[in-house]
Ligand binder design. Structure first.
Ligand SMILES: Cc1cc2nc3c(=O)[nH]c(=O)nc-3n(C[C@H](O)[C@H](O)[C@H](O)COP(=O)(O)O)c2cc1C
Length: 204
């Protein structure tokens, strides 16, 4: 199963990408038959949406083609979102303007929120409220909110708070297994259901 992990921070380096790399290696090593791919929004690889995207501008078509192909073949997503001023970073919201039901529709996504303090709930609520309407991404009920992120998921064990680190890692394991289960179930659902009807191309 192809699983795309989106790291939603524009910072380089970032804590979100640190977790993205951990998720990528966990999926690779522990879960059979998964092909993870990490796409990072570090340094803003996608310019802000503009009208020429809807006019099939050649530059945009070329820029988005490889990512469209990767997203289209994916059966599940992990969306890593840092809390920035109580919001989802603008680059991640911009990402959701670029891709549609044809790449993301009726596929499960698992949210991992990241905070260097005790935040993380706001971006979860924001993604669940306003990022899926037209693309029909299906957020699964489980989410992981990683608080005090600098003390966990570090490659050097000595820099981690051991108790918090094992708790998050165990929980992440459990959630990824569930995401894969949803990935299989929704693939079967897409195969037998008319998920595209051009009369209803956008969600209500
Ligand atoms: C512009 C900006 C705003 C931030 N606002 C918040 C916030 O509202 N709440 C919070 O818990 N952390 C906030 N943080 C700290 C992040 O939680 C911290 O940078 C963390 O490492 C996750 O972001 P990263 O993936 O970019 O590293 C903010 C960070 C930045 C760069």
């Amino acid at each position: 199963m192809h699983i795309t992990i989106i790291s939603g921070s524009h910072r380089n380096p970032s804590q979100s990408e640190k977790i993205g790399r951990y998720v990528e290696s966990l999926l690779d090593e522990k879960f059979d038959d998964t092909e993870p791919f990490l796409y990072s929004l570090a340094d803003n690889p996608l310019p802000l949406w503009d009208q020429s995207i809807w006019e099939q501008d050649e530059t945009w078509v070329t820029r988005l083609a490889p990512l469209k192909e990767q997203l289209s073949k994916s059966d599940a997503f992990v969306i890593i979102v840092p809390e920035w001023h109580g919001q989802v970073p603008a680059g991640l919201k911009n990402f959701f303007l670029m891709f549609s039901r044809f790449e993301l529709g009726h596929k499960p996504a698992f949210i991992i929120a990241v905070s260097s303090a005790t935040g993380g709930a706001y971006p979860v609520a924001e993604l669940r409220m306003s990022s899926y309407k037209n693309n029909r991404l299906c957020y699964i009920p489980e989410q992981l909110i990683v608080r005090d992120v600098e003390k966990v998921f570090n490659p050097e064990p000595g820099s981690n708070d051991q108790r918090a680190d094992s708790y998050y890692k165990d929980r992440l394991d459990w959630c990824l297994d569930m995401l894969i289960g949803y990935g299989k179930a929704l693939k079967a659902m897409r195969e037998v259901t008319s998920i595209h009807d051009d009369r209803f191309s956008n969600g209500m």
